[in-house]
Design a protein around this ligand. Structure first.
Ligand code: G3P
Ligand code: CA
Length: 219
């Protein structure tokens, strides 16, 4: 089972920062989850919210700032995280907005990265299923993760339709029967965000394929 650090190891360090990703790697994770938005100069930036207010000392929209300024605020580029991780674990890149799709693809399609990184060490996920539909038609084929916090049934159907690699539901939606049904369709099941030790124990007993947690050492 993949132990996947949510926004790095965000239970121990500020989320989506290089320190948080380093911490997750130090904890020995099999994977790291991160969120991507786009800067004014069309760079893929690793930040969860559309605005800066919650996680930085600045305020306003991420999309209104140049990547150099965002980096000064502690927001890494996707490239910086990629260089830090350097194939040491799987990267689950959550594309938070449609505008971030092209910057992410531009990054992934650079030379050798497309071959070794995108295909074997990367899952691209999104709540916006239109983004996943766009990705489905691209070559090389990317591993796609269908995110849902609502209907599990609709997500299973959509995941089958696009040939998704994995389904990433809010763990509260899951039952043992649902886990088995998803896996019988050849789709991996990776719930989030699971921090409670008892719930972790249950999901492991159900043999989910991965768990995303703020405290990946608890996995
Ligand atoms: O990718 C799983 C999880 O991170 C989705 O929710 O809000 O933490 O990005 P959120
Ligand atoms: Ca996320």
């Amino acid at each position: 089972m993949w132990r996947i650090g949510h926004r790095g190891a965000s239970g121990y360090a500020p989320e989506n920062t290089l320190i948080s990703f380093e911490k997750a790697l130090a904890l020995g994770v099999e994977g790291i989850e991160l969120d991507v938005r786009v800067s004014l100069d069309q760079q893929a930036m690793v930040i969860h919210d559309a605005t800066l207010d919650r996680t930085t000392a600045a305020s306003g929209w991420v999309k209104d700032y140049h990547s150099a300024d965002l980096q000064q605020m502690g927001i890494p580029t996707l490239e910086a995280v990629y260089n830090l991780v350097a194939h040491r674990c799987l990267l689950n890149i959550e594309i938070k907005e449609k505008a971030a799709l092209q910057p992410v693809l531009h990054f992934l399609e650079q030379g050798v990265k497309a071959h070794t990184f995108a295909n074997a060490k990367c899952i691209l996920s999104a709540f916006d299923w239109h983004i996943l539909e766009t990705l489905r038609d691209l070559h090389p084929p990317y591993r796609l993760g269908v995110l849902t916090e609502e209907s599990l049934e609709a997500a299973i159907q959509f995941a089958q339709k696009i040939g998704a690699f994995s389904l990433h539901p809010d763990h509260k939606l899951l039952t043992f029967e649902a886990v088995k049904s998803i896996q019988q369709h050849g789709i991996k099941i990776i719930p989030w965000t699971v921090n409670d030790p008892e719930r972790i124990h249950t999901l492991k007993a159900w043999q989910v394929d991965g768990i995303i947690s703020d405290f990946p050492d608890r996995l």
